[in-house]
Design a protein around this ligand. Structure first.
Ligand code: ARG
Length: 462
């Protein structure tokens, strides 16, 4: 059903009908559109704006339509202009002229942002749930690898020994903040805009608080112009999703590296790998690569809406109809990425011995050798210089620091004694870093406990 047309002499050009229509995208909000309409219809009757009997008929009709839609008895008419036109048209078709009262004191401008907020609140919680599932996988993998020593890198050059648990828990922290960002966006999504009308509310004695309560919103929006113009809540959700994808893409990049023959730190399960049509030996980390690739697409969704909204005058403009496609795409993408990524990590085999061997090369214990000198009275900068010379010697001789005899070490500094070997042992290097936040098993256990508590509390609040 067309919701307008009285002032037009000619019908709409077919191409324009097609171009103008958003039903292909907004049909997935049919449930929210009907639920919002039920709350509005109920309020109209309660306030005496329409007869109580008509209100009841509207509410019953809408409930019936919702059931039939959910059962697949009726489906969205693809020729409708949008989901709002479809709902109102279907209602009138089912209950007769009384359906024409539903739109009293309401505009599609406040209706569309109501629907979108309702839809998004559910979606935000769903995504948080998927992040929590991944957090659980990371927690368990980390717990299994508290003593799996691996090289830590800066500039992708071996730096200092850490453990796989410590490395994995770095991502757990990023994902915790990602959840925080979505929770924060949720707070601002949780405001009820209906009653703002087209832009300037209405002259009817509507009860916005009642509608907010019916639909489970924390509060009503304060300014009607802002209410119909605001898409900040979509943009900040897209931004939070972009950040999740950025984190997943960094993690993916490391998985891709770790799977290479050169690193060979992990092996992905067959279930989460793919092959080549020509090279029989290939086992490719496509899942990780695709997540890295899809990050670009989600950034695109964010940039698209920022650009759509840039410079728009108040209040509603049709440009804003472009808000939903990118949001839905980004939500689908991040949810699928989170779920697939969690499965990939969960089934990944860790080559502990290769990780340890990797940590043994590249002089990752050089800082500890310098620290040994410092702890025996040398100034750090001087110690740094001495160890630099030790490393240079080792490179020339193709040796590790621990291969040098005490006699040789003493040529660089008389401070070195037999206990230096213990001090630069990889396990010591890791375990002595007991500082809060560090890689020692003691510090990592604190991080693991904090993660477990976070998962429990966040799940409880969903
Ligand atoms: N389909 C529109 C959208 O998604 C709904 C609002 C249309 N309002 C209007 N006055 N044309 O933004």
């Amino acid at each position: 059903m067309k919701l307008w047309g009285g002032r037009f002499k000619q019908g709409t050009n077919d191409l324009v009908n097609d171009f103008n229509s958003s039903i292909r995208i907004d049909k997935i909000m049919f449930k929210e559109d009907i639920q919002g309409s039920i709350a509005h219809g109920r309020m109209l009757g309660k306030q005496g704006i329409i007869p109580e009997k008509s209100s009841e008929k509207i509410v019953d009709g809408l409930n019936e339509i919702l059931i039939r839609m959910e059962n697949g008895v009726i489906s969205v008419d693809p020729t409708s202009e949008d989901i709002h036109s479809f709902t109102e048209g279907t209602l009138t078709h089912y209950i007769g002229p009384c359906g024409k009262m539903l739109h009293t004191g309401r505009s599609r401008n406040d209706q569309v942002t109501l629907d979108l907020r309702m839809y998004l609140k559910k979606a935000q919680k769903e995504t948080i749930g998927y992040i929590l599932d991944l957090e659980t996988v990371i927690h368990n993998k980390a717990e299994e690898n508290i003593s799996t020593i691996m090289p830590g890198y800066t500039h992708l050059q071996k730096a200092q020994p850490i453990t796989l648990a410590h490395h994995l828990l770095a991502y757990a922290e990023m994902l915790k903040r990602d959840i925080g960002r979505i929770q924060d966006a949720y707070k601002r999504t949780d405001e009820m805009p209906l009653g703002s009308g087209a832009l300037a509310t209405s002259t009817y004695p509507i009860d916005r608080e009642f509608v907010a309560k019916e639909l489970g919103f924390a509060k009503v929006t304060l300014n009607s112009l802002d209410s119909v113009s605001d898409r900040d809540y979509v943009i900040e959700t897209l931004s939070a999703i972009s950040m999740i994808m950025m984190h997943l893409s960094r993690f993916s990049e490391e998985i891709i590296l770790w799977c290479t023959n050169e690193f060979n730190f992990v092996e992905l399960s067959d279930e989460y790998s793919t092959g080549s049509s020509i090279m029989p030996q290939k086992k490719n980390p496509d899942v990780a690569e695709l997540i890295r690739g899809k990050t670009g697409r989600v950034y695109g969704d964010l940039m698209a809406l920022l650009t759509v909204m840039k410079g728009l005058p108040l209040a509603y403009n049709k440009d804003m109809q472009e808000d939903k496609e990118g949001l839905f795409d980004a939500l689908d993408t991040v949810n699928l990425a989170l779920r697939t990524f969690a499965g990939m990590i969960n089934t990944m085999k860790v080559n502990k011995e290769n990780m340890r061997r990797g940590a043994a090369g590249g002089f990752t214990n050089a800082t500890d050798l310098a620290d040994y000198l410092v702890k025996h009275g040398e100034a750090f900068r001087t110690a740094h210089g001495i160890v630099g010379e030790v490393v240079l010697y080792c490179i020339q001789e193709n040796k590790c620091i621990e291969d040098l005899s005490l006699e040789k070490l003493k040529e660089f500094s008389p401070i070195f004694e037999e206990d230096v070997y213990e001090a630069i042992n990889l396990l010591t290097c890791v375990e002595e870093r007991k500082v809060f936040g560090g890689p020692s098993s003691q510090s990592v256990k604190i991080q693991l406990d904090a993660l477990e508590k976070f998962i429990e509390e966040t799940e409880g609040g969903l």
